[in-house]
Write a protein that binds this ligand. Structure first.
Ligand SMILES: NC(=O)c1ccc[n+]([C@@H]2O[C@H](COP(=O)([O-])OP(=O)(O)OC[C@H]3O[C@@H](n4cnc5c(N)ncnc54)[C@H](O)[C@@H]3O)[C@@H](O)[C@H]2O)c1
Length: 312
C-alpha cells in the first residue's frame, strides 16, 4: 500500500495534473493536495485538500503528522518571468519551501521528496545544443539562480544526511487543463487558446527562439517513473536533464496551420526574450534514459493535435 503523499503547490499547472495522476494510481485518500489558494473543481472534489503555505515549516509539519505523510512533492515556486519582477519574494519562496521539506526529511519525518528544477539552471555561456547533464552553469535569471542553488542543496542533503530527494530539470511544459503560471515558455500554451479563439496570436518571443519543450503527459510520466525508480540506480541527486522536443514559435505556428490554415502569428518580443536567449535550445537527457529508462512519447504534431482537440 502506498503511504500518504503530500503535494505543496498542488493547484498550479503541473500540481493539478500530478495530483490527479497520483490519485488515479494510489487512491484519492492517499494523496493530500495543498496550496495557498483553492484549485479547480476536479482537483478540489477528488480528495483531501489543505490550505497550506510552503514557507511555513510548522504548518507543513502539522499536516505531515496529521496524515502520516511519507512523500512530499514540492511544486510551489515563483516562475521565471514573475521572479524577474519580484526577485526577493522569488528567492524567499523558492528557497525556504525547499529547505522546509529537506529539513523534514533530515529529521526523519518524511522519507522521500520530489522537487522540480528547470532548464533555467543553464545560462548564456552554456553550450546551447544538446546541453549536457554537467556543463557550464551560470544562470542569469533570479529563477535560474534559485533553481541552481536548490540543486546544490538537494545533492548536499543526499550526501550529508542521506535524504532521498529526486529531481528533474523540466523544459517548458504544454498542457490544456490548467493555465501556466508566469514562465517564459507560456507562449506555447497561450498560442493554442488564441488559435481557437481568434485564429491569430501575438508572440512575446521572436520567430526563431528555439527552446526545449514537453507535453504535460510526458512530464507527469517522467515524474512518477523517477519517484518509483530503484534508489540504487540513481546516479544524479542534483537534478536530471529531461528532454523531449525543441521548437521555435514559427514551428508551432506551422504545426497549428495544419489544422487551422487561416492561423496568423505576429511577433512582439518583450523582456522574456532575454530570458529565453539565455537558455539551451535542446537537451541531452541520456543519463535519465540510462538510469531510469526515460523516453518521451509526444512530438510537436502530437502535442498540437492533443491541445486543439481538448481545447476546441
Ligand atoms: N511549468 C513549467 O513549464 C515548468 C518548467 C520548469 C520547472 N517548473 C517547476 O515546476 C514547479 C511547478 O510549476 P508550475 O508550472 O505548476 O507553477 P504554477 O505557478 O502553475 O503553480 C505554482 C503553485 O504554487 C502555489 N504557491 C505559490 N506560493 C505558495 C506558497 N507559499 N505555498 C504553497 N503554494 C504556493 C501557487 O498558488 C500555484 O498554484 C515549480 O517548481 C516550477 O519552477 C515548471
Amino acid at each position: 500500500m502506498q503511504k500518504p503523499i503530500l503535494i505543496l503547490g498542488a493547484c498550479g499547472q503541473i500540481g493539478t495534473e500530478l495530483t490527479m495522476a497520483l490519485r488515479a494510481k494510489h487512491g484519492s485518500e492517499s494523496v493530500v493536495a495543498s496550496d495557498i489558494r483553492e484549485g479547480n473543481d476536479t482537483l478540489m472534489e477528488s480528495g483531501p485538500f489543505e490550505l497550506l503555505d510552503a514557507t511555513n515549516y510548522e504548518a507543513i509539519e502539522d499536516v505531515v503528522m496529521h496524515y502520516e505523510i511519507d512523500e512530499v512533492y514540492l511544486m510551489a515556486a515563483m516562475l521565471s518571468a514573475t521572479a524577474e519582477k519580484f526577485p526577493m519574494r522569488a528567492w524567499n519562496l523558492n528557497m525556504s519551501s525547499l529547505f522546509n521539506v529537506l529539513n523534514l526529511a533530515k529529521e526523519g519525518k518524511i522519507s522521500k521528496i520530489f522537487w522540480p528544477s528547470s532548464i533555467a539552471v543553464f545560462g548564456p555561456n552554456t553550450p546551447k545544443e544538446d546541453t549536457a547533464q554537467s556543463t557550464i552553469m551560470e544562470p542569469s535569471t533570479v529563477y535560474g539562480i534559485s533553481k541552481q542553488s536548490g540543486e546544490r542543496w538537494c545533492e548536499y542533503y543526499f550526501k550529508k544526511f542521506d535524504v532521498d530527494v529526486r529531481s528533474v530539470r523540466y523544459p517548458g511544459l504544454i498542457s490544456w487543463k490548467t493555465m501556466p503560471g508566469g514562465g517564459t515558455t507560456d507562449y506555447a500554451v497561450e498560442i493554442y487558446h488564441k488559435a481557437l479563439e481568434n485564429q491569430s496570436y501575438k508572440c512575446f518571443l521572436g520567430p526563431e527562439t528555439k527552446l526545449p519543450m514537453m507535453y504535460m503527459d510526458d512530464a507527469i510520466r517522467a515524474t512518477l517513473n523517477l519517484m518509483e525508480a530503484d534508489a540504487k540506480n540513481l546516479s544524479v541527486r542534483s537534478s536530471y536533464n529531461l528532454g523531449s522536443m525543441s521548437f521555435t514559435p514559427e514551428d508551432i505556428a506551422d504545426s497549428i496551420k495544419n489544422h487551422i490554415p487561416e492561423f496568423k502569428i505576429s511577433y512582439e518580443p518583450d523582456f522574456r526574450q532575454q530570458i529565453a536567449d539565455s537558455w539551451p535550445s535542446s537537451i541531452d537527457d541520456s543519463q535519465a534514459l540510462k538510469d531510469w529508462n526515460w523516453k518521451p512519447e509526444f512530438n510537436l504534431d502530437d502535442t498540437t493535435a492533443e491541445m486543439l482537440k481538448n481545447l476546441g
